[in-house]
Design a binder for this molecule. Structure first.
Ligand code: CA
Length: 245
């Protein structure tokens, strides 16, 4: 069973969510502050996080940034902040999804299913074993499908969020071809969220900060103005040598 952490200071809302998600097959832990949430994530046992933005000790965005500094665990924001800017700030800081309160718990359950399907180590993924073992290599980088992470040219493991991994996999799977934002959006399956252009653009800027030597002068993920992006280097495909990399 998946272990879900609810970080929410309103007792009633936290209990209600916990009870609903427990009947939906999750193991649920609930905490009421950002610091407690971070401590729970540090146990390494959390599979997905529901994070409220209005917390008594730390702002939720700050909590999210601290989560991302240590973990690629999927994070779904639940917040009464409904401005587009709030959604973009959360996405930029590494959120995987964003639900505005009040929401129907059935919608939350559906979004969690999508986020978990995209996330690493899922046993429910439908790809074949060969897909699981695939690696895409470019410019000394190695994108590993088995672990859904990235190895840098100097062999540092770089964690990617589910959306970042899916977007980079889509780009590197079609090297030197121009891909539209719509097509890239399909690959990360978040059509229902923020406007198309900004969702992909924000994710691309996150990826550039991880893989480009100078994110302001990108050499790998190149912008095609008014259309989309192109992965601008050639890519070779390999099979992983099972834990040796
Ligand atoms: Ca709150």
């Amino acid at each position: 069973m998946r272990h879900l952490l609810v970080v929410e200071d309103e007792d009633f809302s936290r209990s209600l969510l916990s009870a609903y998600l427990e009947t939906g097959g999750f193991i649920v832990s609930g905490v009421g502050s950002g610091e407690q949430g971070l401590a729970a994530i540090d146990t390494g046992k959390i599979d997905v996080v529901l994070l409220d933005l209005g917390l008594p000790d730390l702002d939720g965005i700050e909590v999210l940034k601290r989560i991302r500094a240590r973990s690629a665990v999927p994070v779904v924001i639940i917040s009464s902040r409904e401005r587009l800017e709030d959604r973009l700030v959360a996405l930029e800081a590494g959120a995987d999804d964003f639900l505005v309160k009040p929401f129907d718990p059935r919608e939350l359950a559906a979004r969690l299913k999508v986020v978990l399907r995209r996330s690493s180590g899922s046993s429910q993924r439908s790809e074949s074993d060969s897909q699981e073992l695939k690696e895409l290599c470019f410019e000394g980088w190695k994108l590993r499908f088995a672990t859904r992470d990235l190895i840098s040219p100097d062999r540092v493991e770089i964690a990617l969020t589910p959306s970042e991994f899916n977007l980079l996999a889509a780009l590197a799977s079609a090297p030197l071809r121009v891909l539209s934002r719509e097509k890239l959006l399909d690959s990360i399956a978040r059509k229902e969220d923020a406007p198309i252009d900004r969702t992909i653009d924000v994710l691309v800027s996150r990826l550039r900060r991880k893989i480009e030597t100078d994110p302001r002068k990108p050499q790998l993920i190149v912008t095609i103005p008014g259309f989309g992006y192109r992965f601008a280097v050639s890519v070779t495909e390999a099979m992983s040598s099972n834990g040796a990399g």
